[in-house]
Design a protein around this ligand. Structure first.
Ligand SMILES: [Zn+2]
Length: 308
């Protein structure tokens, strides 16, 4: 008799909310997004982003659909906790869907509810687009609102910019939020170290270049920092050679706390279970090691849900 396989659960803690669904779901609901066979580097991704996605953050219907697509995909692939990052720019005075109305923004996010999916919203700050003069206050108010589980800093890594964002992290850490930062994807291990010092983050998004430095890996391990890694994103954007040679292997052997995630499902066409499968098929990590990581990601997700 064939044994029914027990359903496996996952967490997705590195998930850029708008880009978390599938093109098929969007197409079925009247929103066109091209099926990308393979993203060829960051410029290719930016082109697609600018042409098909950017405008939707200013359109309530499209945005709702993108978020719905993300959460449907999570549920279908066994993700039981997701930490979608979303930009504060939805409350932008001129272009935002909720101009100057953070409470409406939060109400909107709260309207996404599922019994079988925990949604831990992360407030996202884009290094390239952030305008300190106009936006510092609104970001700080949203951090202090107590609604968001964490904050994240994304886009172009730049050591000189850390000082601009330091007090957001100080505030968020004081409140016990899950502080995340994108680092060590584009720049090397030294930048990861600088972010550890400047932001005292609980999670690092990607962080893969940390393998350049056993010393810095030791620091991260001691500090208990979790690395939310997205292998297919790294390979397609050219930050890792291949799945088989992905730095996650060395990170595992250096006892770092790891999770495996999607980054942008719409672009990379790879769900959380698919990411595990690709690492197994390419001999990057064994079944047991991958199971360790899966268990760890559920543990980290539960801690995050309890925090704040
Ligand atoms: Zn990311």
């Amino acid at each position: 008799m064939e044994q029914k396989k027990k359903k496996k659960f996952y967490a997705d803690l590195h998930n850029h909310s708008f880009a978390g669904g599938t093109p098929e779901f969007l197409e079925d609901h009247g929103l066109h997004f091209p099926r990308v066979e393979r993203v060829n580097g960051i410029e290719h991704m930016n082109e697609i982003w600018n042409e098909y996605l950017y405008k939707h953050q200013y359109d309530l219907h499209a945005l709702s659909l993108l978020l719905k697509a993300n959460f449907e995909n999570c549920r279908q692939t066994g993700v039981k906790t997701v930490a979608p990052s979303i930009t504060y720019r939805l409350v932008d005075k001129e272009k935002g869907i909720f101009p100057d109305a953070p409470e409406k923004f939060i109400e909107f996010l709260k309207s996404f509810k599922h019994d079988d999916l925990t949604i831990n919203w992360i407030l996202s700050i884009n290094r390239d687009r952030y305008r300190p003069d106009q936006e510092r206050g609104v970001v700080m108010d949203l951090i202090k609102s107590g609604f968001f589980k964490g904050i994240d800093l994304s886009s172009t890594e730049d050591p000189d910019l850390n000082k601009v964002f330091k007090d957001f992290y100080k505030q968020a850490n004081q409140q016990g939020m899950v502080t995340q930062v994108h680092a060590g994807e584009q720049l090397g291990a030294d930048y990861v170290m600088q972010c550890i010092k400047d932001f005292e983050p609980k999670h690092i998004q990607h962080g893969i270049s940390i393998v350049q430095s056993p010393k810095i890996m030791k620091v991260a391990q001691k500090e208990g920092i979790t690395f939310n890694v997205c292998p297919t994103s790294n390979v397609e954007l050219g930050y890792a050679k291949s799945h088989g040679e992905h730095p996650i292997r060395a990170m595992y052997y250096n006892d770092l706390s790891l999770t495996i995630n999607t980054d942008d499902m719409l672009f990379f066409n790879s769900s959380v279970p698919e990411e595990y499968k690709r690492l197994k098929q390419n001999g990057t990590l064994t079944d047991r090691q991958l199971e360790d990581i899966r268990q760890n990601s559920l543990k980290v997700a539960d801690e995050m849900t309890r925090d704040v």
